[in-house]
Design a protein around this ligand. Structure first.
Ligand code: GDP
Length: 197
């Protein structure tokens, strides 16, 4: 699934430049610095797909990676970075809104949440958007290696409780670490199940 040889990448910063729909699409969203680039690289086994150590909040575009025709992976711009202007936040919101409303082949959005911090208010706003657009989403906790064993279950329980009344939330939460590789196989299996549907 993730072993395609040549990838084709497209970036869109406005609705008109979204690539045509093709196969299934999965998208990754999360606050700046949540570990999204690292996770996408771990998931795909490519180090060049999503560049890490980028300037937070700089890329206000959707990045589309065609993984061999059957699956497109969409890297959504990180949110919640304080230094971004209100105008940029508004442009981001408008683009994301338009994308979520019109993307019939979008099978699921994986919403990345830092396992140390849990769901923050601006994550909640994104989940509100997804619920309103009736786009299926699943929570992926990142940086699981940074938590003590005793803290992990508490974080999972609190996150589950926060999702209970959210209609578009997939109940299963995936705990991952790009450092240790924990949960990466589970995330791959989740994607594979979507494609089999
Ligand atoms: P992005 O801004 O969401 O794309 O996040 P990055 O992937 O660039 O990672 C942001 C920071 O978190 C970097 O300093 C990474 O080294 C760190 N990081 C990423 N993944 C992990 C992880 O699994 N565990 C830990 N402890 N740190 C991580």
């Amino acid at each position: 699934l993730f072993a395609g040889a040549a990838d084709f990448a497209t970036a869109a910063d406005k609705l008109e430049s979204l690539p045509p729909m093709q196969g299934h699409e999965i998208a990754f969203a999360g606050r700046s610095n949540v570990g999204k680039s690292s996770l996408i690289n771990s998931l795909t086994g490519r180090t060049t797909l999503a560049r890490t150590s980028h300037t937070p909040g700089r890329t206000q575009q959707l990045n589309f990676f065609d993984l061999g025709g059957k699956l497109t992976l969409v890297d959504m711009p990180g949110y919640g970075y304080a230094a971004v202007s209100k105008a940029k936040v508004a442009a981001w919101t408008e683009l994301i809104h338009a994308y979520l409303q019109g993307r019939a082949n979008l099978a699921r959005v994986y919403v990345l949440i830092d396992a140390r911090h849990g769901i923050k208010p601006n994550d909640g706003e994104v989940l509100d958007e997804l619920d309103a657009a009736a786009v299926s989403y699943q929570i992926v906790l990142t940086k699981g290696d940074a938590l003590k064993k005793s803290e992990i279950q508490a974080r999972l329980d609190a996150t589950s409780a926060a999702l209970a009344r959210r209609p578009a939330a997939y109940p299963e939460i995936i705990l991952t670490s790009s450092r240790t590789g924990e949960g990466i196989a589970e995330l791959r299996a989740s994607v594979a199940r979507l494609l089999a549907e």
